[in-house]
Write a protein that binds this ligand. Structure first.
Ligand SMILES: Cc1cc2nc3c(=O)[nH]c(=O)nc-3n(C[C@H](O)[C@H](O)[C@H](O)COP(=O)(O)O)c2cc1C
Length: 249
């Protein structure tokens, strides 16, 4: 039975206040989730960047993997795969390879001549990075951390999930991001912390060696990376997020 909202919810944009529905059991026959519970679950979500060094149990991994397969995909193609990378020798080899790639990129970015020469051959995304004056110093900072043995790419998380696809159409990128977000919500429900990370993505996509280490075919592209594990500390209290504007036309 649906009930109209009695009062205003200050967290919601004004434009949807009149049609807001309060807690209700969905009529679709799926497990009931109240709107209040759903919203507080979403608003409690925070990215985690510090993890306890304890493994994620296999039964939790199964729940997370299951979530990755429950999402919608363009044309229902479901043409994406998930690769899990726990800590260990393969992760260490990957980190060494990523450090090598960062060093090469840093050298390129610090050399104005090479930078200008590379631009015409680069695609639009790489050209945008080459034009970004902050990109060089950012890459140098990243490299410094890697050389000091820190892990700014995966935050030393117990588990890293790569969402990748060999498909170019219809929507592999969107499918992977949606699946990654579903896994992040499942992780939250399982009491884990997680963070979507993009810093390693382009390097992995540009490197046959990284793909080999991850057991991915050379024509695969990684479209989302999620790091997760038990958070080292509870999420900090933060002010409520401002609503994204809703334009009614
Ligand atoms: C597509 C995407 C890429 C992201 N990439 C990174 C990243 O490379 N490193 C990182 O620390 N956080 C990354 N984040 C996390 C955002 O920084 C974070 O979601 C944002 O600051 C809001 O904080 P919250 O998730 O705690 O609400 C990414 C988030 C998204 C959605």
């Amino acid at each position: 039975m649906r009930k109209r909202a009695k009062g205003r919810n200050p967290a919601l944009p004004a434009a949807i206040q009149p049609r807001m529905i309060t807690d209700t059991t969905p009529e679709t026959g799926v497990a009931p989730v109240t709107l209040t519970a759903f919203r507080s679950f979403l608003s409690a979500r925070r990215s985690t960047r510090q993890f306890l060094q304890e493994d994620v149990p296999d039964d939790v991994i199964r729940v997370l993997h299951d979530a990755a397969g429950l999402t919608p995909s363009g044309g229902n193609a479901r043409a994406y795969q998930v690769t899990m990378l726990p800590r260990g020798r393969t992760r260490e080899s990957l980190m060494r390879e990523l450090q090598r790639i960062c060093a090469a990129r840093s050298a390129l970015l610090n050399n104005p001549l090479l930078r200008a020469a590379a631009a015409p051959f680069a695609g639009p995304y790489v050209r945008a990075f080459l034009r970004d004056g902050e990109y060089g110093p950012r890459m140098a900072r990243l490299l410094g951390k890697l050389r000091r043995g820190e892990d700014p790419l995966f935050y030393s998380a117990p588990v890293v999930f790569f969402f990748h696809s060999r498909a170019l159409i219809p929507t592999p990128r969107e499918d992977c991001v949606i699946a990654a977000f579903a896994v992040s919500l499942a992780a939250q429900a399982a009491g884990l912390g997680c963070c979507l990370v993009t810093l390693a993505q382009s390097a992995v996509n540009a490197s046959r060696r990284c793909k080999e280490l991850l057991g991915m075919s050379a024509d695969s592209s990684v479209h989302a990376v999620l790091v997760l594990g038990r958070a080292a500390s509870p999420a900090e209290e933060r002010p409520a997020r401002a609503p994204i504007p809703l334009h009614c036309v």
